[in-house]
Design a protein around this ligand. Structure first.
Ligand SMILES: [Zn+2]
Length: 488
C-alpha cells in the first residue's frame, strides 16, 4: 500500500514535470473514490435519522399542495444542516428551494412529498385501512423527498469539508400527482442556473431511468343545467349530468380515431345529489396522454369540441379548467451511464427473514406472475426503451430546462405496482426505507461525479442541447396559476 502510494507520488510528480498545469488538469481524471467511500459510510450511519423522517411523512400523508407539515419537516432538516431555504416559491406555499455553497457547478436534486387520496393503508401485508385517514403514500413520495434531502445534506458536508466546490440545491416539489407542481417551478425559472438535476422514484426494482414518460394534459369540465323535480316536472329541467354523459359518450367513440398510444381516462367528480332532482351541476375530470406533447394538445382540443357539443345538445352550459399539463421526459444517456455505475456500486436491497415473510405474504395478494423476491437485491442493466412507458411526470418539464437523470430503487416488494395499497404498506416498513437509502447513496455518488468531473457536465449538456433541438419550451397548462385546490 505504502509502496503503491510512493510510486503514485513519483508518477504524479513526473506528470507535472512533463505536462503544463492546464493540460494536466484536463487529462488526469480525478480519483473521487475516497470521497465516495466517505459519503457512503456517512449516509449509512444516518439510516435511523432518515427512516424517522420518511415514516413521519408517511404518517402525515398529505395530498397535493396541502403538504404543509411534510414540506416544513424537509425545510427544517435542511436548515438545521446549514442550507438557506427559500419557501413558497413559484406561487406555491409548499414549494421550496434549499441552497448551500457558491458558484459553479450548480447541481440540483428533486424532492417530492405528496400522497394520494383514498389509499390509506397500514404497514401490513394485507389490505387494512387506517381509521380516520383518507390518503396514503401509494407512490412512495415520502421516501422520494427524504432520500433527496439526505443526498443533498451529504453533498453539503463534502463541500463544507472542501472536497470540491460549487452549489447544491434541493428543490422541494409539491403536487406531482396531477398537480404539475414542477411545471410552475420551471415556468418561474427556478432551474435556470442549474447545470444538472438529479431525481429518482420509488419502485419495485433498481434501475436507471431510460424510459421516457407520456405527455399529459388534464382538465375538469363543468356543466351547468337547471334543477327541477325529476318526476313531476322533468320538462322544466336541463340535466348537467346529461352534459357529462354526452361528453363521455363522444370521447369513448373518439378512442377509435386517435393514435394507438393515446390514453384517455376520466372520473365523474360530481354527478348530482339525488335521482329525484335534475342535477344543475355536474363535473368530469379528464386526462389525455400520448408520448408526444403535440398529439396531446391536438387530442385535447378535440375533447373541448366534444364538450361544447355535449353542452349544446343537452341544453346546458359548459366551462373547463386546465388542471395539469406535463411534457414527455427527455433522457440523457451520458448521465444515465454515470448513474448506472454508481447504482451498481451501491447495490440493491436484501431482506431479513421477517422482511422475506412480509414480501411473500404481500406477493400472494397479486393475481399475476411476479418477479422473484431476490431481484430486489440486484441492479438491472441500463437499457434504453423506445416506448414511453405508462406514466407521466412533471419531471418531464424539468428535463426540457436542464439535463436530468433519474433512477428507480426497490422500495416495494418486486411485482408491486405504484398507486396500490401494497405500495403504501411497503413504504411504511424497512423494505421501503432501505430502498430509499439505495437512492440517497446513488444520487450522492452521481452528484460527486458531477462536482469532480466538469467534462461529464459538458458532455451531458451537449447531449441535452442536441436532444432538445430548436424546441422552445411552452407549458402545456398555459399561464394559469397553480391549481392549489385541485384536491378539494
Ligand atoms: Zn410518483
Amino acid at each position: 500500500m505504502r509502496k503503491f502510494l510512493f510510486s503514485s507520488l513519483v508518477f504524479g510528480a513526473a506528470i507535472l514535470l512533463i505536462f503544463p498545469a492546464s493540460a494536466q488538469k484536463k487529462s488526469t481524471p480525478v480519483n473521487n473514490e475516497p470521497v465516495k467511500t466517505l459519503a457512503l459510510d456517512d449516509l449509512q450511519g444516518k439510516y435511523d435519522t432518515y427512516k424517522k423522517i420518511a415514516l413521519q411523512i408517511w404518517d402525515y400523508a398529505e395530498v397535493g399542495y396541502k403538504e404543509v407539515k411534510s414540506s416544513a419537516l424537509h425545510q427544517k432538516t435542511l436548515q438545521d444542516n446549514g442550507f438557506t431555504v427559500e419557501a413558497g416559491v413559484a406561487g406555491i406555499p409548499t414549494a421550496f428551494v434549499a441552497t448551500y455553497g457558491n458558484g459553479k457547478p450548480v447541481i440540483g436534486i428533486l424532492a417530492e412529498y405528496d400522497a394520494l387520496p383514498g389509499l390509506a393503508q397500514q404497514a401490513v401485508p394485507e389490505k387494512k385501512a387506517i381509521d380516520g385517514q383518507a390518503a396514503g403514500h401509494a407512490c412512495g413520495h415520502h421516501l422520494f423527498g427524504t432520500a433527496s434531502v439526505a443526498a443533498g445534506i451529504e453533498i453539503k458536508k463534502l463541500i463544507e469539508a472542501k472536497k470540491f466546490g460549487g452549489t447544491i440545491k434541493v428543490f422541494g416539489c409539491p403536487a406531482e400527482e396531477g398537480g404539475s407542481g414542477k411545471v410552475y417551478m420551471v415556468r418561474a425559472g427556478l432551474f435556470a442556473d442549474a447545470d444538472v438535476v438529479i431525481h429518482w422514484h420509488p419502485g419495485a426494482d433498481n434501475s436507471v431511468t431510460m424510459t421516457s414518460a407520456l405527455a399529459n394534459k388534464s382538465a375538469k369540465f363543468r356543466f351547468h343545467g337547471l334543477s327541477a323535480h325529476a318526476a313531476a316536472a322533468p320538462e322544466r329541467g336541463r340535466s348537467a349530468l346529461d352534459g357529462v354523459e354526452a361528453l363521455d359518450y363522444m370521447v369513448n367513440m373518439m378512442r377509435e380515431h386517435v393514435p394507438q398510444e393515446t390514453r384517455i381516462h376520466y372520473v365523474i367528480t360530481n354527478g348530482g345529489k339525488a335521482p329525484n332532482v335534475v342535477p344543475d351541476f355536474s363535473e368530469v375530470y379528464y386526462y389525455v396522454r400520448h408520448p408526444k406533447r403535440d398529439d396531446v394538445v391536438s387530442i385535447f382540443d378535440r375533447l373541448v369540441k366534444a364538450a361544447e357539443g355535449a353542452a349544446m345538445g343537452t341544453g346546458t352550459t359548459m366551462d373547463y379548467e386546465i388542471i395539469g399539463g406535463t411534457h414527455d421526459l427527455l433522457l440523457n444517456r451520458t448521465l444515465g451511464d454515470a448513474m448506472q455505475k454508481n447504482l451498481e456500486k451501491v447495490g440493491g436491497v436484501s431482506y431479513t427473514t421477517e422482511e422475506m415473510e412480509f414480501a411473500k405474504k404481500l406477493q400472494s395478494t397479486f393475481g399475476y406472475k411476479v418477479p422473484a423476491i431476490e431481484t430486489a437485491a440486484t441492479v438491472k442493466p441500463i437499457k434504453e426503451e423506445s416506448n414511453a412507458g405508462g406514466g407521466s411526470t412533471d419531471v418531464g418539464d424539468v428535463s426540457y430546462a436542464v439535463p436530468t437523470v433519474g433512477m428507480s430503487a426497490a422500495t416495494w416488494v418486486p411485482g408491486t405496482p405504484a398507486h396500490s395499497w401494497q405500495a403504501v404498506a411497503c413504504g411504511g416498513t424497512d423494505i421501503g426505507t432501505k430502498g430509499m437509502m439505495v437512492a440517497a447513496k446513488t444520487m450522492a455518488l452521481t452528484a460527486i461525479d458531477l462536482f469532480t468531473n466538469p467534462a461529464l457536465i459538458e458532455k451531458a449538456k451537449a447531449e441535452f442541447i442536441k436532444a432538445k433541438g430548436d424546441y422552445q419550451y411552452k407549458a402545456l397548462l398555459g399561464d394559469r396559476k397553480p391549481a392549489l385546490n385541485y384536491r378539494d
